[in-house]
Design a protein around this ligand. Structure first.
Ligand code: HEM
Length: 181
């Protein structure tokens, strides 16, 4: 019996300014991790940004050890834009037990975000993160670049991560083919 064919979900118009994020991204070269209190490290990371037609982008960030390929840091979340403005909000859950709301502005194809609210497990490992600042931008060469800084209980705002990604899949990978479900 023929299944009904319905079109893939269109991107919600409120998210058109963020369409450059959609799809899958893989780190190009390993990213660089650092912080005043830790040994510098290298990692790879896969990003996915998708949507189901709601005014929300769904995302996953999965980081791996550059040499052993073992899973490391992971983030999942949602992105919303305040309609009619360039204000963007990220809702993020991290496998470390940290949960964040980051907000900021979209300027051309660059997002500058600051944590507005942080929550964590009652048994979170110290030092506790006090603030996060994140920049995500599409470079003129088509690569995506992410830089993350943080402040902890005992360190001021300092860079923790820098990484560049190459696009893996077309922007419409976020669309749902309901006819295939
Ligand atoms: C917003 C995202 C992130 C936050 C808030 C965060 C937070 C932290 C904090 C608070 C520390 C301990 C610093 C200290 O001891 O003074 C740390 C260490 C570390 N982070 Fe991150 N991190 C993030 C993302 C990542 C990512 C993507 C990776 C990639 C693998 C990573 C890898 C590490 C490593 C290897 C260490 C040192 C060893 C350890 O403490 O586990 N982090 N991070």
């Amino acid at each position: 019996m023929a299944r009904p064919v319905s079109p893939a979900a269109d991107l919600h118009p409120a998210l058109l300014p963020l369409d450059w994020l959609l799809g899958s991204w893989e780190s190009d070269e390993p990213g660089e991790g650092c912080f005043t209190t830790i040994k510098p490290f290298r990692y790879t990371e896969s990003l996915s940004f998708s949507h189901v037609g709601q005014p929300v982008i769904n995302f996953t960030f999965n980081a791996f050890h550059a040499e052993t390929k073992k899973p490391m840091h992971r983030e999942v979340g949602f992105i919303r834009m305040q309609p009619g403005t360039n204000r963007v909000a990220f809702m993020i859950a991290q496998n470390s037990g940290l949960v964040e709301i980051e907000e900021g502005e979209l300027t051309a194809q660059q997002l500058n975000l600051q944590s507005r609210a942080l929550a964590r497990l009652s048994f979170a490992r110290e030092p506790l993160v006090q603030k996060v600042s994140r920049a995500i931008r599409l470079r003129p060469d088509g690569r995506l670049e992410q830089t993350v800084s943080m402040a902890t209980d005992n360190q001021p705002m300092t860079q923790h991560l820098h990484i560049v990604y190459r696009r893996q899949a077309a922007a419409d990978s976020g669309k749902i083919r309901r006819d295939l479900m």
